[in-house]
Write a protein that binds this ligand. Structure first.
Ligand code: CA2
Length: 151
C-alpha cells in the first residue's frame, strides 16, 4: 500500500481553538481523521504530521523524496502555513527532493490580505487547493492520487 504524507506547518496545531470564522471549528485531530478516512477510501496509507519548525519540515520533505524514489510514497499534501509566503528554503527543498506536492490552504488566501497572495510553494507544486475548509485535505489527497497514480 502506498503512502501519502500530510504535512502541516506553523500554528496549525492551534486549529479549532481560535479564528473559527477563517479556519472553522475543527481541530488538527479532526483533520487527521478526515485524511485517514480518505486514505481508507482510496486504499492509501496516510502519514499525518505537524511542525512549527522550518528545518523539521525541510527534513520531512527530503525524507518524502527518498520514499517516493523507493516507490513507497505517492507524494505530499502540504499546508505550509505562513511559511508559504516567506520560505525560499521550502521552495528549494521541494525542488531538490523532486517530490510531487499539492499545496493546500484551508482558507482562500487570495481573498485575504495581500501578503498571503504570494506563495513560494506554488511554483514547485503539482497542484494548489485553497478555500475548501478542512475538507480540502480530502480533496487534495484524491487530487494527488489522480495526478500521480490514476487507475
Ligand atoms: O489557510 C490556510 O490553511 C493557511 O495556510 C493557514 C496559515 C496562514 O498563515 C496562511 O496564510 C493560510 C495560518 C495557520 C494558523 O492557523 C491558526 C488556526 C487557529 C488559530 C490560530 C492559527
Amino acid at each position: 500500500m502506498k503512502t501519502i504524507l500530510i504535512l502541516n506547518g506553523p500554528n496549525l496545531n492551534l486549529l479549532g481553538t481560535r479564528e473559527p470564522g477563517v479556519y472553522g471549528a475543527q481541530t488538527l485531530d479532526d483533520v487527521e481523521k478526515i485524511c485517514l478516512d480518505e486514505g481508507t477510501k482510496l486504499g492509501l496509507s496516510i502519514d499525518f504530521r505537524q511542525s512549527n519548525h522550518e528545518g523539521q519540515l525541510i527534513d520531512w520533505i527530503h525524507e518524502a523524496g527518498r520514499e517516493c524514489a523507493a516507490g513507497n510514497m505517492l507524494g505530499v499534501v502540504f499546508n505550509a502555513g505562513a511559511y508559504t509566503h516567506t520560505s525560499i528554503a521550502l521552495h528549494d527543498a521541494i525542488k531538490g527532493a523532486n517530490v510531487p506536492v499539492i499545496e493546500l490552504h484551508i482558507s482562500n488566501v487570495h481573498a485575504r490580505e495581500a501578503f498571503r497572495h504570494h506563495s513560494w510553494i506554488s511554483p514547485v507544486a503539482r497542484g494548489v487547493m485553497a478555500g475548501f475548509g478542512v475538507q480540502g485535505y480530502a480533496l487534495a489527497i484524491a487530487g494527488l492520487k489522480l495526478l500521480v497514480d490514476p487507475a
